[in-house]
Each structure stands twice: as structure tokens, then as C-alpha cells.
Design a protein around this ligand. Structure first.
Ligand code: SF4
Length: 615
């Protein structure tokens, strides 16, 4: 049946853990993970709740394929109302934590209230206890994992935790699991920190039982693995180069946002690319990349294991960073690198390590540094205000600023606000490259038109993972569309957004969709879960999830005005590359998109749409 049918409700205010049955009617309507956890949030919280108040809830959830033999079936999500966006937030992570939650017998953990003192949840199969975390408060995510494992004398415990960023209210704090995997976006770690919940530690020994039709499930998952292995992206490109394989590709397209989106091509893109990770360094003759790595059950293995140059200025006096560590992926390498004009791969790795260690989203952090560097370049921020020379391209400034933000010191406090609040504070709100307060990922929408619409309409603020039209507009998956035109992008964005709702809710990784369509995933869900999971139903579930999230945001006070791009992308033409002279056509695409969605011109779902979706 895919689900364990069990929810753990943790009332942090009262210090009580209570099991309850999973609402199977909702599971049938929303599948699991993102969709199902969002349904619980929608039903149980006031959309106007202050994200950092005890009345907000934070839900950790798995999907029916999490912990199974399905490739990439290790994902879990964190759903809450996000402090960066004031919108619904759903952040997804790989590693091993999600599978462990399933092995312990739980589909979902709902955290409510606020603990009067720091605690962590210890969950060992049916045993659930809130334990004192006074000794963990102030520790990094890495120290927290190590300390909990040592105190329980069990190295196999899987842990998700917040670091200093989540404790100190950095608005894009992440929840880090397995040292280098994170539910990174939208400030879900800030909510966890606000609840005085330092960590969730899980040990599960029950495996996953109850797959509805086991022979059919094995046949479907094996067929899916073959498709992944035979595909050039998932079988070769991602394992060899990781997601950073995109750096040179996107740069050549003139869609690599550079220096806070002033430029669309970065002269040092090659130095921070997936290919560069394989090159021997002149300093020590070693490659940056040591090996690739995989999350639970993943047959793609896009993860990177890297070793930083021990002589690099950032770490030469810090041996703790010298060993093999989780490495860069494309988004982090872009946000820490091109977004700031920094082409020093070792500096990016150091900044990325600190983001993992202290629990910060490297995309929002890096992009916020880019905005600060532009404010500095314009003379709005001075060297005295920032505390250093923060010119574009300065690796030294990047490394110092990540230390300051992690520690909540000096100008690091302003960086911890995110670019929208920081730019507004200094009188230039238009310089924040964000939607709904969340910073853009690594694609410039002047050179890839459809992704601009996906960013603008994303329910969790600017995000590539809510509708990854890059697959079609850049890689031709499942069909090639012209990145420079707006025609047809409304339909394309809707199709990607709805399909991603299903992928996320199943408990698998969105990178499978470089090779899989829903037709590859459907037989896996059908064999795992009781009931009908036809293509028709899955398409409806994806659309239902999207509209449910939309309704929550509207009730939270967001409007069509929040479905927009910063003026730079609409008025300042790309200065080089294939899109030279172009701006993004969001104002043309948005009304088309509303129509395709069955929404009013104000972006509100029509009653007929809601009725059709059972909302
Ligand atoms: S493709 Fe990469 S991110 Fe996705 S599950 Fe596999 S290793 Fe993890």
C-alpha cells in the first residue's frame, strides 16, 4: 500500500508525542509527501499565521515510494508557511533521512507549538521522545549529528538538524540531513529553529512492507532503472559531471545570471564548471572531485564528493575542512560564483561547506551577496558598513561574508534577511533578484523565457524545481521548445508544474524526469499503492496540489502582483549571447497562463476549476 498509515503528532509546547492514523482519504487525493503534507497544513493552520509564531506548523513527510526499491526513493519534504516568502513552503531533501523515517514506521511527523527550551525528537520505531537539547544549541549541523550519534552509541541514526542560521533567524535557514543534504529553500530551517527544535533523530529497523503488488512493483522499478541507465543525462552526464554539467551549457546560451543579473554570461564559467572539477589543480596536482555519491536508492548518483585545496586562503588554517566532503552542485556553484562574479572554485566549495555546516540555503545566501555587491558597486553601501571591500568577483569577500552570516555578526545580519528585505532596507528594492521574496536560481529568464513564467508563478517563490522547463527549453526533454519565444510557454509551465507535484508527492527525485515521464512513474505508484493510480488520476492529483497551494497563498494575502519578475528582467535587455537585446515576456505570458489554468484575470481559480479538482 506504499504508506505506513501512521502520523506522529508532536506538540512542542506540551512536550507530547501522539501517534494517529494517516488520513487515507487525503492520501488517495494527494498521494503523499508534498501534496499530502500540504493538505494537512492547509486544513490545520490559518494561512495568515505568522510563520515564526507557535501557531505555524512544520510537517516532515515521506511519499509512498520513499524507502522502497524505486530509484531515488529516498526523498522527504518539509512543509510549512515560509518566513522568506509568507507563502506555503515545501522543501525537499535526499540523503537517507526520509527512508529512515519510513523504516521507523512513519509517513509523516507534524510539529506544532513551540518548545519552552531547546529539544530534539528521538524516534526509534514506535518509541518517540522529546529530549533536552541544551547541550546541542549553538552547535553546527555537523557537530549535532556527531554528538547525537555518539550519545546514543549508534552511528546508523539519521539526523536532520538546524545550525546557527536556524537558531539565529537567518530567513533562509535550511534543515540539513546526512551532513550535506538539505531541505534548503524558503526558510524551513528558520521555522524549525523558531520552535526550539534543534534536531530530529531517527532509527528505523522495520523496512518497508505493504507494497500492494510486489512482483509488479519490482518489474516497474527495474524497467524505470533501465530507462535511467540508458539515458544520456541520467546515465552518463549527471553521474560523471553532476548537475554542474549545466554551467557551460547555460553560459553559452546567454542565460547564466552574472553579477546580480547585470550580465547573462560569466567569463569564468569554465573555471567553476563540472568539467573543472575533474581538472588537476596547479597548486597540488589533485582534482577537486574525489568521487560521485548517491542518495538512498538512487541509481543516478549526481552527488559530488570533493576535496578542497589545503593551501587555499579560506582553509589553510582550518584542517577540519581538508577531508573529503560533500561537493558543489550547479545551483550552489552558480549562486556563490557567477551571481557574485567569483570564479574561484575552492572559495565556492568553502562557502558551500559553511552553508551546509551552519544550515543555510546557498542559493538565497549567494544571491543576497550578489545584491549586496551591487549596492556596494553603486556606492549605496560602503566598506565601513559592510566591514570589507565587497566588490564583485572578490573571493575573499565571499568567504568572509559567509562566515559573518553564519555567525550572525555585523553586516551578516543584513545578509541574513535575504535580498528583498536587505535591498528594501537600503532603499533599492528593485535590485533584489527574487519573486515573492525568494531569490532566483541559476537561469536568466531573458535567455530562457518559459522559466521566467515558472519563477513568477511558483507557489514557493522563485524556484526552478516547481516547473523545470529547462528540461524542454534547453535539453529537449520530453520535446524541444525554443527558449527565446513566449508562445506555448503557458501550457508548458502548467504541464511541468503539475507533473512535478506528482513526482514530489511520490517521494522520488525530480532529476529522474530528465529521463522519465509520468508514464514511467505511474506503473511504480500503481504497483505500490492500493486504489486507482491511472495517468488520468495522477494528472488530476498534480493539478489539484498546485491549485490547493495557490488557494493557500491567496488566503495568506498574496495576489497576482506577486506573480511578477523584478524590473531588471523586464526592462534591461540581455547584453550578450543568443538573447542579446531581449527582455522576459512575463506580462504577455502571465494572462495566458491564468487562462490555461482556469483562473480569473486576477489569478484566482474559477469555481469551475475548483469543482473539477474537488477542491
Ligand atoms: S539524482 Fe542526485 S539528488 Fe537525486 S536522489 Fe540521486 S543523488 Fe540524490
Amino acid at each position: 500500500m506504499g504508506w505506513n498509515r501512521k502520523v506522529l503528532r508532536v506538540n512542542l509546547t506540551a512536550g507530547k508525542c501522539t501517534p494517529e492514523p494517516l488520513n487515507m482519504k487525503w492520501a488517495n487525493d494527494y498521494l503523499g509527501s508534498r501534496g499530502l503534507a500540504s493538505k494537512y497544513l492547509v486544513e490545520e493552520t490559518d494561512p495568515r499565521v505568522d510563520p515564526l509564531s507557535p501557531d505555524n506548523k512544520m510537517i516532515m513527510a515521506t511519499g509512498p515510494l520513499t524507502g522502497t526499491m524505486a530509484s531515488t526513493g529516498g526523498r522527504y519534504v518539509v512543509v510549512t508557511k515560509g518566513p522568506l516568502t509568507n507563502a506555503i513552503a515545501c522543501s525537499n531533501s535526499g540523503g537517507y533521512f526520509g527512508a529512515e523515517m519510513k523504516f521507523a514506521g512513519w509517513d509523516m511527523i507534524i510539529f506544532e507549538g513551540r518548545s519552552p527550551k531547546p529539544v530534539y525528537l528521538y524516534l526509534e520505531n514506535d518509541r518517540a521522545e522529546l529530549r533536552d537539547a541544551a547541550h546541542l544549541w549553538g552547535k553546527t549541523c555537523w557537530e549535532t549529528e556527531e554528538t547525537i550519534k555518539a550519545s546514543h552509541q549508534d552511528p546508523l541514526i539519521r539526523i536532520s538538524s538546524v545550525g546557527g542560521a536556524g537558531e539565529n533567524g537567518v530567513l533562509y535557514a535550511a534543515i540539513v540531513n546526512d551532513l550535506h543534504r538539505a531541505a534548503g529553500r524558503s526558510g524551513v530551517g528558520t521555522v524549525m529553529g523558531s520552535k526550539n527544535l534543534k534536531a530530529v533523530a531517527i532509527r528505523g529497523t522495520q523496512g518497508v512492507s505493504g507494497i500492494k503488488d510486489f512482483p509488479a512493483f519490482m518489474a516497474a522499478t527495474n524497467a524505470g532503472k533501465k530507462v535511467l541507465a540508458d539515458n544520456a543525462v541520467t546515465g552518463q552526464g549527471l553521474p560523471k559531471y553532476g548537475t554542474q554539467v549545466l554551467m557551460n551549457v547555460i553560459n553559452e546560451m546567454g542565460a547564466l545570471p552574472t553579477r546580480n543579473h547585470r550580465d547573462v554570461q560569466f567569463e569564468d564559467a569554465g573555471r567553476i564548471s563540472g568539467e573543472a572539477m575533474h581538472e588537476k589543480r596547479p597548486t597540488d596536482g589533485k582534482t577537486h572531485l574525489v568521487a560521485n555519491a548517491a542518495c538512498f536508492g538512487c541509481t543516478i548518483a549526481c552527488g559530488r564528493i570533493s576535496k578542497i585545496d589545503e593551501t587555499h586562503f579560506s582553509v589553510k588554517n582550518s584542517p577540519k575542512y581538508w577531508g573529503a566532503n560533500g561537493g558543489l552542485e550547479y545551483e550552489a556553484a552558480w549562486a556563490l560564483g557567477a551571481a557574485n562574479g567569483v570564479g574561484d572554485l575552492e572559495a565556492l566549495q568553502y562557502a558551500n561547506l559553511l552553508c551546509n555546516e551552519h544550515g543555510m540555503d546557498p542559493i538565497s545566501f549567494g544571491a543576497t551577496v550578489g545584491a549586496a555587491m551591487e549596492l556596494y558597486d553603486l556606492g549605496i553601501l560602503s566598506k565601513e558598513q559592510i566591514g570589507l571591500d565587497a566588490r564583485f568577483g572578490s573571493a575573499e569577500a565571499l568567504c568572509k561574508l559567509v562566515e559573518m552570516t553564519a555567525a550572525g555578526e555585523g553586516f551578516g545580519k543584513d545578509l541574513g534577511l535575504g535580498s528583498a528585505r536587505m535591498c528594501a532596507k537600503y532603499g533599492r528594492p528593485e535590485l533584489s533578484m527574487s519573486v515573492k521574496g525568494q531569490e532566483f536560481p541559476a537561469y536568466d529568464s531573458r535567455g530562457i523565457q518559459g522559466i521566467g513564467l515558472a519563477y513568477a508563478t511558483s507557489n514557493r517563490g522563485a524556484c526552478h524545481l516547481r516547473g523545470y522547463t529547462i528540461a524542454s527549453e534547453v535539453l529537449g526533454i520530453p520535446v524541444k521548445t525554443d527558449p527565446l519565444v513566449t508562445e506555448g510557454k503557458a501550457d508548458l509551465v502548467k504541464a511541468f508544474q503539475d507533473a512535478t507535484g506528482v513526482v514530489d508527492s511520490a517521494g522520488i527525485c525530480v532529476f529522474t524526469t530528465f529521463a522519465w515521464t509520468l508514464a514511467d512513474i505511474q506503473p511504480q505508484i500503481q504497483a505500490a499503492c492500493e486504489g486507482d493510480w491511472s495517468m488520468e488520476k495522477l494528472n488530476l492529483v498534480g493539478e489539484r496540489i498546485w491549485n490547493m497551494e495557490r488557494n493557500y497563498n491567496l488566503a495568506a494575502g498574496l495576489t497576482a502582483r506577486d506573480d511578477d519578475l523584478p524590473p531588471r528582467l523586464k526592462t534591461e535587455a540581455a547584453r550578450s549571447g543568443p538573447a542579446k537585446g531581449m527582455v522576459n515576456g512575463i506580462d504577455k505570458m502571465r494572462p495566458e497562463y491564468y487562462k490555461v489554468r482556469g483562473w480569473t484575470p486576477e489569478g484566482v481559480p474559477e469555481s469551475t476549476t475548483l469543482e473539477r479538482l474537488g477542491l
